[in-house]
Ligand binder design. Sequence first.
Ligand SMILES: [Zn+2]
Length: 287
Amino acid sequence: MDAERIADLAQQQTERLRLLEQRSIATATHPLASALTDAQAAAVTRWVHEATGAQIPTRLAEFIDWVRDLINRAFNSKGGQAKAAAERAAFTAASLAAHQTGQLAAAMTGQHVPPIAPDAGPEAQAAADRIPVAVQEEHGQAIALLTAAGLAATGLAGLNSAFKRARRAVGRIAQGVAVAVGAAASHAVTLITRTLGPGVRLLWVTERGACAACRAYAGRHIRPGGQFPGGLSLDPRRTVFASPVSGPPRHPHCRCTLIPWSPAWPVSGLPLPAVLRRRARADWRPA
Ligand SMILES: [Zn+2]
């Protein structure tokens, strides 16, 4: 098969990974996001009702206790639920990546590649494990904003900013899921690559629209278990990876992927690393 065609297929993989990431984030964030929306609507309604004529509700301390309880109930068990959703997403990502990589390797080698059992790996698990902690942190910060002195000074805007703070937990869940998905995909690719024999390398494929830092890694390759050099970027003002990286994702929402590659495989055309490198540079414009 031709290297341009392989590069097309590899970039389609990053698209599928992106879709999976988006779906997984929507699923994982929905319970907390909708609970917070409902809680905020209830809190604002009661505020408006009790603050008629006055700037703040007359029995402010009682109101605050009630809102805190509302927020606590909105957060109830959501960190654990989101962690479970991230674990499921990571497993799905590992399965998808294993399947896609098997097909791609078969196309490059011209031989059947035996399937492997999907495994999300330790980095994806660590990303999922960090979610409840992050959610707890934002929950605590939101509750801390709800003080009588604070609300007396800032009024309804202060109430809303406590909910805005709480909603940061939704962003932290999204980030955790994104990292879990990307890490699981990379892990699955690495496992397959190890089965393809000695000398088979891991090649960095950038997604379309990748950041300047990721683009500098396009077409670079390492042995499984090795590391890409740190500090590369097409834009000297944007070096994201100061230290060596084992592969994508290095930043949340990076959908770059790895694919197995060997210079010994019968792929026609320019060498695949050169094709990937050229593509990553061709459509890049300095911000
Ligand atoms: Zn990337």
